[in-house]
Write a protein that binds this ligand. Sequence first.
Ligand SMILES: Cc1ncc(COP(=O)(O)O)c(C=O)c1O
Length: 358
Amino acid sequence: MASNALERVVTDWVAKKIGYNTDAAGLLTSGGSLANLTALLTARKAQATEVWEEGHNEQLAVLVSEEAHYCIDRAARIMGMGSKGIIKVPVNERYQIRTDLLEEYLQKAKTEGLKVIAVIGCAGSTATGSYDDLNALADFCKKHHLWLHVDGAHGGAVVFSEKYRHLAKGIERADSVVIDFHKMLMTPALNTALIFKNGEDSYRTFAQKAQYLWDSQQTPEWYHSGKRAFECTKFMMSVKVYSILKTYGEEVFAENVNRLYDLGKAFAKMIRERPDFELAVEPEANIVNFRYKKVPESELNEYNSAIRQSLLESGKFYIVQTMLQGKRYLRTSIMNPLTTEQDLAALLDEIVQLATQG
Ligand SMILES: Cc1ncc(COP(=O)(O)O)c(C=O)c1O
């Protein structure tokens, strides 16, 4: 019971930070992937009410950026939408969903007999940390009566920062928002907030009888966490967030986000200043993609993959790689509060060193 009470305190506080009014409510759940699935189930309940009881009579679909995290694709497939039901909208040169194409994609879906139930915005995207234009998505959803879900698993944390919250402007217009505490908000994994603009929506997601736990399936009882979460038994996630809040105050979240995002910018500047390195895109967040360009273009993909492999084998740094428009980039997501500019300079030096050694 203590866990549920703390969860209420924590999620009400997150809802306020998002910019929602007191109608909002939410829950903590085991990770961004599960939270995104849960949000899409709620969207389905709101838009295609019969599916929960009767199964699918219509081919449902969602519109999402081609840069969205793979768990959105997976969630849509789990929900029986199939390949046709996950409509990936191309991105612009900053890797944000092309909002100018939404009308066209929606009309095309309708012509093909699909019923679009939701649009999912990225705040920010996994590969580059790009933030979609959430106000444009909200306008579009309002016009077409669609559910707007924002996957802020990574970058939704900017709602705690005065300096960077502008990146997610419009987030308060979303019907549901996901924010991972275990990414930039310093709790151990997994720990995710799923918040609904209209808290009552969350009680409809899994409406079913569980007589041994609760009496009525319809009434909103926030203390019965199983009514709204996929999990029956849950970890006591709330105590981790609550302890940080109580011990350090909410400023610690803003400080961490500011520090990591500032570091992303400093790292990008460092890369720009070194002629043999190339930045993929100016970072909005703490995710920086770059490549080392010491060989002809046609060899660069393999060359950078090999550099990464050597880097991992050296045991000094751990970074990942990603493909952007057919080009392989080294990808850093600066997450550790103890990482410094010196560490990032040392990373570039190490890459030069490993490449020189062949
Ligand atoms: C944008 C985004 N959404 C969802 C996820 C999945 O979150 P989790 O690992 O908490 O399931 C990630 C993970 O990196 C992500 O970057």
